[in-house]
Write a protein that binds this ligand. Sequence first.
Ligand SMILES: NC(=O)c1ccc[n+]([C@@H]2O[C@H](COP(=O)([O-])OP(=O)(O)OC[C@H]3O[C@@H](n4cnc5c(N)ncnc54)[C@H](OP(=O)(O)O)[C@@H]3O)[C@@H](O)[C@H]2O)c1
Length: 327
Amino acid sequence: MVDVRVAQVTRFGEPEVLVSAEAPDPEAGPGQVVAEVAAADVLFVETQIRRGGQGAYFGFVPPYVPGGGASGRVVSTGPGVDPAWAGRRVLVRTGNRGGGYAERVPADLGEVLPVPDGLGLREAASLTADAVTGLGLVENARLQPGQWVLVLGAAGGMGVLLVQLARAAGARVVAAARGRRKLDLVDGLGAEVSVDYSRDGWVEAVREATGGKGVDVVFDGAGGTLGVAAFGLVAPGGLFSAHGAPSGGFAPVDAEEARRRGIALRGIADLRFAPDEAVRLLRRALTEAAEGRIRPVIGQTFPLAEAAAAHAAIESRDVVGKTLLLP
Ligand SMILES: NC(=O)c1ccc[n+]([C@@H]2O[C@H](COP(=O)([O-])OP(=O)(O)OC[C@H]3O[C@@H](n4cnc5c(N)ncnc54)[C@H](OP(=O)(O)O)[C@@H]3O)[C@@H](O)[C@H]2O)c1
């Protein structure tokens, strides 16, 4: 039997536990296709799962192949699948079953979306998870033109989409990130104001930019003390929506204080999308990107065999936008 190359987590631990390995060439079962991968999505949460902290929650037990999705071309179709799928450019959502860090991925047709003409396979892969969450967050927030929106972690995979989506909704975007390179990126994506939240004075700078009023909405992709500081910037009647905790934990926001200030709180639990809903959001994202209304930002790519280096770069905060693996 022929083998294909995958990146496999051999045990929970540091990035070096993610190694190149061989696996049997997948066969398309009933109702399935197999895609030859062009680009595999890499997520921050996959570094946390690899460390072991959240492996049990997500159901991953080493050895396992990480990866919630990948783009590529259909190379085989299983029983019951229209053979016209063969050769099509597709995006495959493997989600919490993993398996995306591979040369070939099998998937049920319900997990497969055609990639529209005019959109590259790498660009499509970059949207797999971030665009579902980003679009879901922005739709749930019901942004109004002219509202001030603060995005924390604005230069990350999710952040670069949130900046653009909020801007497209007519909001005035304050993008917060660390370092000049990241601020330059978000400036180019339509942020009206950008602030370096690794430096003292960023909270005051945001307050000043909004004329002292504060922001209407926070999308917190950083968590911890940064999130707490951002919570203090929400104007009465506003929304504090937390989706990320790369700084070590979600912002410990005081629910009673939020009630007093009339601030609505949303968290990660509000971001569980039913499969149909996730597919609707992803289909919309692919169309928006194909028609040029959102611009995927692929900051860096790594060969599949160097998946460990990709994880290490994400953990060292050394990446911008999306990180992809290329078989
Ligand atoms: N992608 C999704 O679909 C999704 C869904 C639900 C939740 N989330 C969560 O949202 C957060 C952001 O996800 P993402 O995919 O945008 O990740 P990402 O591309 O790795 O970006 C994370 C950003 O967080 C900032 N950060 C702050 N403290 C950090 C630290 N200690 N280590 C690493 N980065 C740190 C970094 O920017 P600075 O250096 O500028 O601070 C980085 O740009 C994560 O917590 C993720 O689990 C993501």
